[in-house]
Design a protein around this ligand. Structure first.
Ligand SMILES: [Zn+2]
Length: 164
């Protein structure tokens, strides 16, 4: 069976210019590491150790030891165009079942919770009208499938290039 990159590589590391792109890829459910301050050497070492694909704005990274087939150079600044570029270039097909199952700030996989346990912090209207809640095990942030959720899902749909 022929394997595209979408089957093999779903984990990434973004350089420190690509914070917004990292969050968007996490929203699609991909495992994406991103550090505000990381040296080129540490970024490459981390990528190799975890078998992560490097996504970078820095054309010089390759000459510093990043393997060519494990690196995607992003040629533009706009995060929406960046995510379209990555999805198209790496032939990624984001699995809708995984959308918004990961904390976009921490990269941790969200855990389903019972709303009864968080009645003190969930806004009353949300508590009354919704039943599916989840929580980030790292930062503790709560998530629910309200209007904000639906808007993000719509946005994620529009960013997928035709043909993916
Ligand atoms: Zn979090």
């Amino acid at each position: 069976m022929a394997m595209g990159i979408s089957e093999i590589e779903t984990s990434f590391i973004c350089d420190d210019n690509l914070g917004k792109l990292a969050k968007l890829l996490r929203a699609y459910g991909y495992d994406v590491l991103f550090y505000r301050n990381i040296s080129d050497g540490d970024l490459i070492a981390k990528a190799l150790a975890d078998n992560r694909h490097i996504i970078t704005r820095d054309g010089k990274l390759q000459s510093k030891g990043a393997p060519k087939d494990k690196l995607t150079l992003i040629p533009m600044d706009n995060p929406d165009y960046q995510v379209k570029f990555v999805l198209e270039k790496l032939k990624l097909k984001p699995d809708k079942n995984k959308w918004l199952t990961r904390c976009i700030d921490c990269n941790a996989t969200l855990i389903e919770i019972s709303k009864e346990d968080y009645i003190d912090i969930i806004p009353p209207y949300v508590y009354q009208t919704l039943n599916e809640f989840s929580r980030c095990p790292k930062c503790g942030k709560l998530f629910w499938k309200g209007t904000h959720y639906q808007n993000i899902i719509k946005r994620l749909s529009t960013l997928i290039p035709n043909g993916n």
